[in-house]
Every structure is written in structure tokens, then in C-alpha cells.
Design a protein around this ligand. Structure first.
Ligand code: NAD
Length: 472
């Protein structure tokens, strides 16, 4: 049967409606939760290096202000259009609600292929876009806080904060107008690996649930689990790293140019270096290559982590996917038809909407750091170390025994910024996983974990709207 094609915003709406049936909200509140509150479509001219004036098309969407500021990345891509930005902004509302990040959803996009522009041209486009947002009050630490997305990174975020601060002299919290900044410009340590680490924490929590593992015919824990990862980019690389470090075997990795298998496990860092020097993952020592990279998705394994593109598992290949657990590290790797196949097969799909929320969670920590104007750990690190040293000394005196230097270093260690960021992310992902699972278990009619995640999100945003009342 041919797959039905929905626009991106329509498919988000479809998932929302499917979940809304399991909530008790007034239809008016549901309409308000779904709606995009503000869509700013803009055009502005930029003079290019060759003297030509180009008119740039760009967007910023604020989906919900049930909590402020709004939060969501800025995408630079040829494919940017209003429907896509609206859908992504809506997903940000639900994602933030699930992981208890007190923001509304937002998203921005500039319709350009960044590869076609020189760095100075990109800088001019980014700065002008920021100035347009300032003019319309669409950016600010208490209004709307962008972040990186496709085609943007720390460099663009540094241009944004600099432009914003120049246009708002004396605004003491200006650094909190954008996240994903370089550490030297107010960024936070641990942001780079945050999404992959969040994926790991979320799946680990699911794997620690005995009833869930029993149903899947798996033992609890991560150690010994066989994992397949699609994509060796930021998210795929870090997911593979944290799974391997926890004792899982990453038995296959797929990339753009091919896929490789090694039942003994693949070290992602060695593979990354091999790819850097040879240009391909194929031929990696100890591995065998599959004939098509998409074959990796159909391997016998416990956990499949698609961390590359959207729609890679659909109605056509889903029946051949043998993984017991699919962790959606990428955004939208499964089509709605694939969801139906997995719900029938009893495969556990851990949904993107919360599983890849590590980035936005750590962005929240960055924003808090900017508002408090102090690095995490600065106030308590030494105090904690001195206190731990004293305590350990007392224990040693009382017992007449001393601990080794390695153990001593672990016991006395006071938290650095990265320790606190990891710990905050771990807490966030564990709490979110439990909340979704508890709700799902309490309502067996809910067909899958994605719908359960939406129900959690709708209930949280609905509560906010209901408690706020509607401004006359
Ligand atoms: P990335 O560009 O660093 O990595 C993507 C990788 O996938 C690249 O190495 C690319 O070569 C590979 N790839 C492309 N086509 C492939 C194919 N057919 N088969 C196998 N591999 C293929 O991007 P990323 O930041 O790792 O993001 C990956 C996904 O995760 C995206 O869907 C993104 O929206 C989502 N995501 C990323 C973040 C983040 O913090 N980076 C946060 C949330 C969600």
C-alpha cells in the first residue's frame, strides 16, 4: 500500500491528535496547545562579496508561550519553509515539556545553503537576521532563545550574541539570548556530547526496567547488549561511545558510504580516525562490509540507534527490522507507517521527542549559567574537596587504614562544570523516561511510547494553560 504523505506540520498534528484522545482537556485548550502562536516570515537584503544584493528569506516561529522564553534552533538550509519551521517549533514545545525544561517551543530558519556562501557573507546574513529579530522583539533571554541546528554551530551563535549585545547596550543578561555558544563566549562544557549522552541515559533507564525487558525477552542492563548505530556524526558517535563504555557491543555502524559489522564490537573513535584518514568506514580492520548501508538497519540486534536522517525506517523496511528496541536519536527516523508495524510486532520504539532532548536540556543549563553569571562548580568545588579530604582523614584516623591514591582522588573530587552538566542531564533523562513509562503502564490502551510521550507533553502544557487562565 503506498504511504500517505503528510506535510511535516500535519504529521505532528496527527501524532498530537492520536495522543489527545487519551487526555481530558477541553477542545479549546487542545486547539491552543497545537496552534503556532506567532510566525514571523521575513525578507532582508544582504550585499554579497561580489557586490550583488541578495534578498534572503527567513523565519522565526514561536509555537507556545505557556512558558517563556521560547527555545529552539536556527536552521540554515535550502529546504527551509514555513511548514517545516512550524512543525519543528511545535516539537520543541512538547520536547521541553517532557524533560521539564521551562521553555515554550520555537524554531528559526534561513533558506540558504551555507556551502554556497563565504564565511563573511554568512556572518552578514546571521547578523542581519539577528537585527531583524531584535527589531520585532523576537529574541532575548526572556523572550526567545535560539540555538544551533542543521547548518549552524557555535560560530553562528557567537555572531548572534555579539549582534544582540551591541544592539542592547547594558543588558546584563545579554549572553542568555542564545545557547550553543563557544565556551569562551558564555557556552557550557558538555554541550557537544549532550545529545548522544542523553540517548544513552534514556535507553539505559528503559533497559533497567525488568518488566519492560521481560516483555522483550531481554535481560536488564546495558552490558552485553548488541547495538547497531546509523550515522557516525555528532549524535551517532557519542551514542556509540557511551554504549561501548557501559559494556555494550556496538556490532555495526552505518554511514553514508557503507556499513560495517564486527560481532566483537567496534570502537567508534578508532573507526572515526580510520574514516578520517581513508575517507570511508569500509575496510576498517576486523570488520566486514554489508552490501548496502541500509542493510545495517535490518541486522539481528538488541538496540538499533538511527542517528542520521529522517524517514529511514518506513512501511517498506520496518517488517524486516529485527531490533527489539529502537532508540530514535535522529529527528523523525521512523514514518507513521513504521510506528504501526512496530506497535504490532511489540518492538519498543523510544521516541525522538524526548530521547534526543539532551541538547536542549544542556542549552537550558547554559542559559541558567548565563543568567547567574558564574561557571558551574566555581563556588563549591574547592569547598567540597576540602570537606571530603577532612572526612576521609577522619575515617582513616579512626580505622587506622589509608585508601590508595586513585581511590582518594575519586572520593575527594569536587564537581567541575562538566560533572554537574552530566549529572543534571542524567537526572533529567531518568525522570522523563520514568514519567512516560509510568503513564503508559497506567493506560494500556495507549499503543506506543511515542503516544505516551505526547500525552505527558499535552498534560503538562495543558496544565500550564489551564492554570494561567486565558488573558481577557
Ligand atoms: P551530523 O551531520 O553530525 O551526523 C549525521 C551523520 O549521518 C553524518 O556523519 C552523515 O554522513 C551520516 N549519514 C548521512 N546519510 C546517511 C545514511 N544514508 N546512512 C548512514 N549514515 C548517514 O548530525 P547530528 O548532529 O549527529 O544529527 C543527527 C540527527 O540527530 C539529525 O536527525 C538531527 O536532527 C538529530 N539531532 C541532533 C541533535 C544535536 O545536538 N546534534 C539534537 C537533537 C537531534
Amino acid at each position: 500500500m503506498p504511504e500517505q504523505h503528510y506535510s511535516f506540520f500535519q504529521s505532528v498534528t496527527r501524532s498530537f491528535d492520536k495522543a489527545a484522545k487519551f487526555t481530558k482537556w477541553d477542545p479549546g485548550i487542545l486547539e491552543q496547545i497545537k496552534a503556532c502562536n506567532a510566525v514571523y516570515q521575513m525578507r532582508f537584503p544582504v550585499k554579497m562579496n561580489d557586490g550583488r544584493i541578495e534578498v534572503i528569506e527567513a523565519y522565526r516561529v514561536q509555537h507556545s508561550q505557556h512558558k517563556t522564553p521560547c527555545k529552539g534552533g536556527i536552521r540554515f538550509s535550502d529546504e527551509v519553509n514555513q511548514d517545516e519551521v512550524m512543525a519543528l517549533a511545535a516539537l520543541m514545545t512538547y520536547k521541553c515539556a517532557i524533560v521539564n525544561v521551562p521553555f515554550g517551543g520555537g524554531k528559526g530558519g534561513i533558506k540558504i545553503n551555507p556551502k554556497n556562501y563565504a564565511p563573511y557573507e554568512l556572518e552578514k546574513i546571521t547578523r542581519r537576521y539577528t537585527a531583524e529579530l531584535v527589531k520585532k522583539n523576537f529574541i532575548g533571554p526572556g523572550i526567545d532563545v535560539p540555538a544551533p541546528d542543521y547548518g549552524t554551530g557555535a560560530r553562528e551563535m557567537a555572531w548572534i550574541v555579539d549582534t544582540y549585545a551591541s544592539l542592547k547596550p547594558g543588558e546584563i543578561d545579554a549572553a542568555g539570548c542564545v545557547t550553543g555558544k563557544p565556551v569562551s563566549q558564555g557556552g557550557v562544557r558538555g554541550r557537544t556530547e549532550a545529545t548522544g549522552l542523553g540517548v544513552f541515559y534514556g535507553i539505559r533507564e528503559v533497559c533497567d526496567m525488568k518488566d519492560v525487558m521481560d516483555k522483550l525477552g531481554l535481560s536488564t542492563g546495558i552490558a552485553g547488549k548488541r547495538v547497531v548505530v546509523q550515522g557516525l556524526g555528532n549524535v551517532g558517535y557519542h551514542s556509540a561511545k557511551f554504549f561501548r563504555e557501559a559494556g555494550a557491543k556496538v556490532i555495526a555502524i552505518a554511514e553514508y558510504e557503507g556499513a560495517i559489522v564486527n560481532e566483537e564490537g567496534i570502537n567508534e573513535e578508532d573507526l572515526f580516525q580510520f574514516r578520517k584518514s581513508t575517507g570511508s568506514i569500509v575496510g576498517f580492520p576486523g570488520s566486514t562490509a554489508l552490501s548496502k548501508n541500509s542493510d545495517a538497519l535490518e541486522l539481528e540486534c538488541d538496540i538499533l540507534i538511527p542517528a542520521a536522517l529522517e524517514n529511514v525506517i518506513n512501511g517498506e523496511n520496518a517488517p524486516r527490522v529485527k531490533a527489539k528496541i529502537i532508540g530514535e536519536a535522529a529527528n523523525g527516523p521512523l514514518t507513521p507507517e513504521a510506528d504501526d508495524v512496530f506497535a504490532q510486532k511489540g518492538t519498543l520504539v523510544v521516541p525522538d521527542m524526548y530521547l534526543n532532548a539532551g541538547g536542549v536540556t544542556v542549552s537550558y543549563f547554559e542559559w541558567l549559567k548565563n543568567l547567574s553569571h558564574v561557571r558551574y562548580g566555581r563556588m563549591e568545588k574547592r569547598f567540597t574537596e576540602n570537606m571530603n579530604n577532612t572526612l576521609l582523614g577522619q575515617v582513616e584516623t579512626m580505622t587506622g587504614k589509608t585508601v590508595g591514591s586513585k581511590e582518594r582522588a575519586i572520593i575527594v573530587h569536587g564537581p567541575d562544570e562538566v560533572d554537574l552538566v552530566y549529572s543534571g542531564l542524567e537526572e533529567t533523562m531518568i525522570t522523563a523516561t520514568r514519567e512516560i513509562m509510568d503513564l503508559w503502564k497506567s493506560n494500556p490502551d495507549i499503543p506506543d511510547m511515542r503516544t505516551a510521550a505526547y500525552v505527558v507533553a499535552i498534560n503538562k502544557v495543558g496544565t500550564s494553560y489551564a492554570e494561567l487562565g486565558i488573558f481577557p
